[in-house]
Design a protein around this ligand. Structure first.
Ligand code: UFG
Length: 328
């Protein structure tokens, strides 16, 4: 039996494919390659196409003996989603509908879903628990919440079991050095800081230092991408064991401010990283930190790459040896 990984050529998808390959899993990857990179897929069978293309997706399910799906394929830029929500509803929500309908037709009853802390919006509690209110402050988070809800109704009607993994801030790169983070355009803090360290940008812009936090900059919970990947492997195993549908937060439980991230990157790289304070970026909550207790107890998830220094060092190794990202 094979695991279908949609978006398996993307940042978190490719690290999950690597983790599945290490377990000897048979893998089928579907990716449009609009954001993903062919060379990020370290193994398995790659189909290049769009989930919304019914004939294409039908062929993927017909040609392979798939028993579980891990669903990453989606647009994921908060800022872009505010300017073009239609793109997010079409690709994320309609794409997921096409996928669930194909799964139902082919009696594939297990899906692990790539969700986000953006489903919570401005948090009620710190750290955030899975039962906390979900009130997204951006269209991206709203589409991810809609995708989760769609899965709930497909479970009730058709028995498709889902595990939704709500990530906090993914960072770092695979220890082999073969895969890492390469977004075009790049909007995430750690890769941008490292691009500044490499001299590819004149400085890092700090978006706001007037938040209600100790140093005035936003606090986030950074989690190593390979630890996230492990959680997907565990989630597939749990669904194969007959588990009910569930939602889990995935984070470190420890928050770091933008200024702390920049300071640690200066230490790790030994480079001078100039920073400039700029106005707040719209839609940024002040503090996002996860409680991942449920994932630890129920999934048996045990993230091991917890130190932010080590996470940034693994990203630095990737960025300094691949300053232009993937060749393709
Ligand atoms: N930041 C800067 N300068 C930059 C880039 C980012 O100061 O050049 C700040 C942001 O304002 C934010 C923090 O660094 O306070 C982290 O920003 P990222 O863009 O790296 O990450 P986000 O927390 O905004 O977003 C991440 C994921 C989203 C997801 C969100 C959920 O990238 O997909 O977490 O919380 F929706």
């Amino acid at each position: 039996m094979a695991v279908l990984v949609t978006g398996g050529a993307g940042y978190i998808g490719s690290h999950t494919v690597a983790a599945l390959l290490e377990r000897g899993e048979d893998i089928v990857v579907v990716d449009s390659l609009q954001q993903g990179h062919r060379s990020a897929v370290l193994g398995g069978k790659l189909y290049v196409g769009d989930l919304r293309d019914a004939d294409f997706l039908e062929g993927v399910f017909a040609e392979n003996d798939i028993d579980a799906v891990i669903h990453f394929a989606a647009n994921s830029l908060v800022g872009e989603s505010m300017k073009d929500p239609g793109k997010y509803y079409h690709n994320n929500v309609y794409g997921t509908l096409c996928l669930l309908e194909a799964m139902n037709r082919h009696q594939v009853g297990k899906i692990v879903f790539s969700s986000t802390a953006a489903t919570y919006g401005e948090p009620e509690n710190v750290p955030i628990g899975e039962h906390d209110r979900t009130l997204p402050t951006n269209a991206y988070g709203e589409t991810k919440l809609a995708m989760e809800k769609m899965m709930k109704w497909f479970d009730i009607a058709h028995g498709i079991k889902y595990i939704s993994l709500r990530y906090f801030n993914a960072a770092g790169a695979h220890e082999s050095g073969r895969i890492g983070e390469d977004h075009q355009p790049e909007t995430h803090l750690i890769p941008i800081v490292l691009q500044a360290a490499l001299g590819q940008r004149p400085h890092i812009s700090v978006f706001g230092e007037d938040y209600d936090t100790p140093d005035g900059t936003c606090i986030r919970d950074y989690i190593h991408v390979s630890d996230l990947a492990e959680a997907h492997v565990l989630a597939v195993g749990r669904l194969r064991g007959g588990a009910e549908s569930a939602v889990y937060n995935l984070g470190n439980g420890q928050g770091f401010s933008v200024k702390q991230v920049i300071d640690i990157a200066r230490e790790v790289t030994g480079r001078d990283i100039p920073s400039v304070v700029e106005p707040r970026r719209s839609g940024d909550p002040a503090v996002l930190v996860a409680s991942s207790e449920r994932a630890r107890t129920e999934l048996g998830w045990n993230p091991t790459r917890n130190k932010l220094e080590d996470i940034i060092l693994s990203a630095w190794k990737w960025h300094s040896s691949n300053p232009q990202g993937y060749d393709d």
